[in-house]
Design a protein around this ligand. Structure first.
Ligand code: GUN
Length: 291
């Protein structure tokens, strides 16, 4: 069993980007600029956005963090996004999800200009991805592809089972694993809350991507020997023994599943850091696209 070390691979990606940014600076070229909007005080979102902003600084990007109150109106948020759309210096815009209930997420996603959509959530970006056209891939699925590529994992002809059909992870990774490219060319089954015989389907999988948000859902009896397991779960569960008061749990019961796998991602330190690396790659691409 080999661990797919997202912390390490994300550092490799970040070092590469850092070098490219230094070169751009030396040549008097523009440095990538990411604008992140955080609405309210959701603890997990605070952590993710802080991590994204910190990573920008580490590799020499400019970042702008815009914090808005939880009770901001939808119109005010859309106005702010439009300001960033019009700001030539800003290359990429992300609005951290989830948003407070009174704001329509889809409207927010569709307001971000597609050429600044480094999260890859805009219907134009998704449509282009489905058709195999150049676009921004959503960061988590893109990060998973980078990880599979780094560890040279064979994917062609493999049966990939995706658990979850969210717009952020499940559905896009199912499309990307199915595309005619590497990593890709998988036969993909997408499972969800209505799926019958989930265990039998998982047992047929060469590759499992667990993206349900249900802590320790995938157990050893659901995984065949030699499978590749990618754990996207990052649920906070109460743990009084921790200073923070919570522990982070993946969707995979790691201790019992790992010995059966050829490759597996840990939580934390697997997919999480790769999501940030992928976002930084998208932002770099958005910066280049203007030239
Ligand atoms: N919430 C959970 N994952 C993501 C992500 O990749 N981007 C944004 N904007 N919000 C998220």
């Amino acid at each position: 069993m080999q661990i797919m070390d997202g912390k390490h691979v994300s550092q490799v990606v970040k070092n590469d980007l850092k070098g490219k940014v230094e070169l751009r600076k030396k040549n008097g070229l523009k440095v990538p600029h990411l604008a992140a909007i955080l609405v309210g005080n959701n603890g997990a979102s605070e952590t993710y956005v802080a991590s994204k902003v910190k990573s920008c600084a580490e590799i020499g990007y400019i970042s702008t963090l815009i914090r808005l109150d939880a009770d901001i109106s939808e119109a005010e948020l859309l106005f702010k996004i439009n300001e960033l759309n019009e700001d030539f210096d800003v290359d990429g815009i992300l609005v951290q999800l989830p948003l407070p209930k009174h704001i329509a997420e889809q409207k927010v996603i569709e307001t971000i200009f597609a050429d600044k959509d480094v999260d890859g959530f805009h219907p134009e970006s998704v449509g282009r991805m489905v058709q195999g056209l150049p676009t921004y891939y959503p960061a988590t699925p893109f990060g998973i592809l980078l990880l599979l590529e780094h560890y040279k994992i064979e994917t062609a002809g493999k049966h990939a089972v995706v658990l979850g059909r969210s717009n952020i992870v499940g559905r896009p990774i199912s499309i990307l694993l199915n595309r005619n490219s590497y990593p890709g060319n998988c036969t993909v089954t997408v499972c969800h809350s209505h799926t019958h015989n989930l265990k039998d389907i998982c047992l047929q999988a060469d590759i499992i991507v667990a993206a349900l948000g249900r802590p320790e859902f995938l157990t050893a009896d659901m995984v065949k020997d030699g499978a590749v397991v990618v754990d996207v779960g990052i649920t906070r569960v109460e743990d009084k023994s921790k200073k923070s008061g919570f522990a982070i749990k993946g969707d995979v019961k790691y201790d019992e599943v790992a010995p059966k796998c050829s490759f597996i991602t840990p939580v934390p330190g697997g997919v999480g850091p790769m999501t940030i690396a992928a976002l930084l790659m998208n932002t770099y691409k958005a910066c280049l696209a203007k030239e």
